[in-house]
Design a protein around this ligand. Structure first.
Ligand code: ZN
Length: 87
């Protein structure tokens, strides 16, 4: 079945989907791969800890911005300003 990617607006066939997670927002494999690369950058940049709900929420916000569901805004620093070292 053909779907339209929310990110690039191109049609893609859902049989080409490698990761079912990508269908949360219909996105083509190319854009989903792009998001995956970008999300790693966001996680590093904001020092997100995926074990913390607040941090997962922050990443989800970026995900929504990436796919055009929310307006872009300044990157926020660590939501809870937790002190942490790099080790
Ligand atoms: Zn796309």
């Amino acid at each position: 079945m053909s779907k339209t990617c929310m990110k690039c607006g191109k049609d893609f066939d859902d049989s080409s989907i490698l990761d079912q997670m990508s269908q949360k927002y219909p996105s083509c494999p190319t854009c989903w791969a792009e998001w995956n690369t970008y999300s790693v950058m966001v996680i590093n940049e904001l020092r997100l800890d995926m074990s913390l709900p607040e941090h997962r929420k922050a990443l989800r916000k970026h995900e929504r911005m990436f796919f055009g569901l929310e307006k872009p805004e300044e990157l926020q620093k660590n939501p809870d300003k937790r002190e942490q070292d790099d080790s």
